[in-house]
Design a binder for this molecule. Sequence first.
Ligand SMILES: C[S@@+](CC[C@H](N)C(=O)[O-])C[C@H]1O[C@@H](n2cnc3c(N)ncnc32)[C@H](O)[C@@H]1O
Length: 359
Amino acid sequence: MQRKNQLKNDYIIGVKCMYNKMLIPSNIKQNDIFSETMSFLNKENDNDQLLKCFVEGKICSKYLYFNDEITNSYLKMIMSSSYSLLNDSHKLFLLYSNSIIEQVLTVQKPVRIICLGAGNAKKETAFIDKIVKNINYKPEVWLIDISSEMLRIGYENIMNTLEERINAIDLSIMQMDFHDLDNCETSFSEKCNVILLLGNTLGNFDDSFLHLLYSYINIGDFVVIDNQLKQYGKLSMLDENALLKIYDNEIYSSYMYSVLKQFDIVRTDGYIHTYISYESKYENSDCAVVNKDFIFTKDKQLSLGSNMFYAKNGFGLNLLVSKKYTLGCLRLMVSQHFDVINTFAENQYALITAQKKQI
Ligand SMILES: C[S@@+](CC[C@H](N)C(=O)[O-])C[C@H]1O[C@@H](n2cnc3c(N)ncnc32)[C@H](O)[C@@H]1O
């Protein structure tokens, strides 16, 4: 308990002020919702975490979205014609969100919708809108993201969709690393928590992330996850090429270089290597992983906050992993911690609803 309070204090930097200062879109009047916005970032901790990433040769996912420039470069990339995954994920979610909501509303407790890695919150907003139309109380909604720019855009989408019904939700906007969720001033108790982890976000992590999610929430709470799928077995050369085409192109590279810019790494320092590997944790070769590594072609000294790091010629820094599971593997992974209730799958995407079970 003491540790939690200690961390809570360390984490709160400038509660409210940053939104009041820079994040309110011009067409939106400052109101009570923004005054409840919280930022939970720990700069000291970040410096050490960043150095650890470089020493281990693998960047944490949050650095893929951290500042406004990166966020905008990411959004430009996902809106480009080469990135087809966005449409698949939207289509699937809109088709099946009613069934998920029906399931959630069978629980006799008020709901708390937790949008983890909310991004532009388009799907999340559609979900909130439908929930609000089906209940006669004010649901709690937590919009959580590491990127303040994403939160701004997500908030704008919620405002534009709900309009005057914005007062029908009890909204908290939190800028934080969702790995720190249990350290902040939040309580998961009393309500039925519905965690939305959408947009292939799970695929950026290993499956220990599901364990973390499990540890946050209560028995009977829901998780709704969507992720890209693959067919059983190793991909054919044709399918590998089709997958690589989504990730290995100039617009994706521009996004990756905007990520590298925060560490003062530029194009002339090396090159980005995009490749597919396979993991077979649950069934043979059941996960295809798209990797993007930056390979240094010269020695370079980097200042990482208060730390220095020497990258040698040939050093490889893993920037991104994006995992694609078979439907069977995804279900199996989720069912290690949760009871899978619904599985919807179309083409390349799956949407799973599950409830925390006692194990
Ligand atoms: C792939 S996008 C998905 C966005 C949205 N949910 C959707 O379905 O389109 C992942 C989102 O998670 C956020 N994110 C990634 N790692 C995070 C972390 N460690 N903590 C908080 N947010 C994170 C990113 O900023 C980004 O908005």
